[in-house]
Design a protein. Sequence first.
Length: 295
Amino acid sequence: MHRTAVAVTMGLALLSFLCADAHAQSILYLTKSSGFEHGAVKRDGDKLAIGEKVISDLANDNGVTIEVTKDASTINAENLKKYNLVIFYTTGDLTKPSEGDRNEPPMGPNGVQELTQWIENGGGFIGIHAATDTFMAPEGQPPTPFTQLIGGRFAGHGKQFEGIVRAVDPNHPTMQSLPKEWKVFEEWYMFSDLDTKNMHVLALLDPGPERQKQERYNVPAYPIIWCKTLGKGRIYYNGLGHNDEVWNDPLFQASIVDAAQWALGDTAAEADPNYDKVVPKDVPAAEAPAPAEQK
């Protein structure tokens, strides 16, 4: 699909999303980094970072209320009543102060519990890239409530490379703007503690030839975009969003619009667990590293 066509498609989808009931929609976008701060949400003074600006522009330019903040204390039961959708691009223990001199107020001790209850009661939640690097348990310990909520835990990454995002449910409402195979140069997270019993996998990351270059990626294709429901609410996670080029890509922007529509309940849930049906168990033989004597 040509980028012009993608842009038009994204615009129409966004218009539908925003005009359906714009006065009733309100978004809270949290970008607090208690640990490492990604460039996508690192501000230059008061200027929004690219990962903040793209989403806020999609909302503001079309009349949807959005609050972009690094104040994690906004995640509390009373304040959450003002929003229909919460988006996280966060890192670390959000109840702790941010590193350095960043003034990013921490979340209260009951923040995760109150966020979970809000979702159960019908709220929509989107996590982007580093959101799985948030509230992580120490290695070897059981997953935290937040990891269980979002569906997986960041487990490291290697050098950036061009991977293949393969849609396993291309007809899902959140996947309408993405091709069945999408080559993207990114920082590819790997995950542990995946919620395999409840997640609906939308797309896999296929490392392709990178299996022969980086041993850590010599694995079967694994979930990189997924969703699930919790009570009356909906949860979506997209592992992309590290590089500026990705944020500027009309395909990625359109996928976030689709995800917002879905999380807000404007499209069908279609979130039955499917992990065991769509995730391969073995590395493709043709892409496995050659035996040592042949290298």
